[in-house]
Design a protein around this ligand. Structure first.
Ligand SMILES: O=C(O)CCC(=O)C(=O)O
Length: 260
């Protein structure tokens, strides 16, 4: 298995976090003993973050990924803390998925945010977008600034530790713009992320194609460019030794004329 390690059901919206004034830029080189705390309290990013380093291209048959560290450690620490305060995760029936007509718990927490009126249907459940929180909007702006791509929706997944995980799937829902990448921002514990070609899954697979394995670091951005989600499944497997939480944001572009 190739391993790339780079350093360095419809629910009502329950989150009405008030908008805050734009964040001041966090300067990592500063002495943090003084008023950094005060700056932090002014909230997360005006979209002015350090430049992503270094961009790395990862390619295989039908797979096209770009990976970089988008945020410095200080920026990423701060963003994680703000998301822990702001994001309201689905609970009760809203947190379950439909599989073969039955409701199932998922091994992580989820929330959906985005532009007004948007819904996104996956695993048999339609999720409506809560209004952007200031931190999610600032992260989205940073992603747009560095990629030139616009996004109108984000799926937030929170993994409390390495027991929480996500099974193999593709993000190929019909309401997603097939020309747009999915931009995945990771904050918190670094986790393995595995891509498997659709023809090389299971014991009786038609072809032998090596899976592609990455480690998604704190503050990283992974771009899953077309046609990756047509040909490759991805998963975040259990990693029992990981004891710390992780938040993942997948920014998506939903086609307005295909929304339900
Ligand atoms: O947490 C992750 O990195 C995976 C998220 C994911 O696969 C998805 O949102 O489709």
């Amino acid at each position: 298995m190739e391993k790339f390690v780079v350093k360095g059901q419809k629910r009502s919206c329950i989150n009405d976090a008030p908008k805050r004034s734009p964040w001041k830029r966090i300067k990592p080189e500063r002495d943090t003993s003084g008023d950094l705390e005060e700056e932090e309290d002014e909230a997360a990013a005006s979209g002015e973050f350090s430049d992503p380093i270094p961009w790395q291209k990862i390619e295989a048959e039908g797979l096209d990924l770009d990976y970089a560290l988008l945020f410095s450690k200080e920026e990423a620490d701060h963003l994680f803390k703000k998301l822990e305060e702001e994001v309201v995760y689905a609970s009760g029936e809203e947190s379950k998925v439909h599989v073969f007509g039955k409701l199932h718990n998922i091994p992580r927490k989820q929330a959906t945010y985005g532009d007004a009126g948007l819904t996104y249907t996956y695993s048999g459940v339609a999720r409506s977008a809560c209004p952007w929180t200031s931190t999610l909007e600032n992260i989205r702006n940073a992603v747009t600034k560095t990629t030139g791509q616009s996004f109108n929706f984000v799926l937030v997944n929170r993994y409390k530790d390495g027991q929480d995980h996500m099974g193999e799937h593709r993000d190929d829902e019909r309401e997603l713009d097939p020309r747009s990448p999915i931009a995945s921002v990771s904050l918190g514990a670094a986790r393995d992320f595995i891509f498997r070609h659709r023809d090389a899954r299971g014991k009786q697979s038609r072809r032998q194609i090596e899976p592609v394995k990455l480690e998604l670091a704190h503050g990283s951005l992974l771009l899953m460019n077309p046609p990756t989600n047509t040909f490759w499944y991805h998963s975040l497997p259990v990693r029992k030794k990981i004891l710390l939480p992780r938040i993942n944001l997948t920014f998506r572009r939903i086609l307005l004329d295909r929304k339900k």
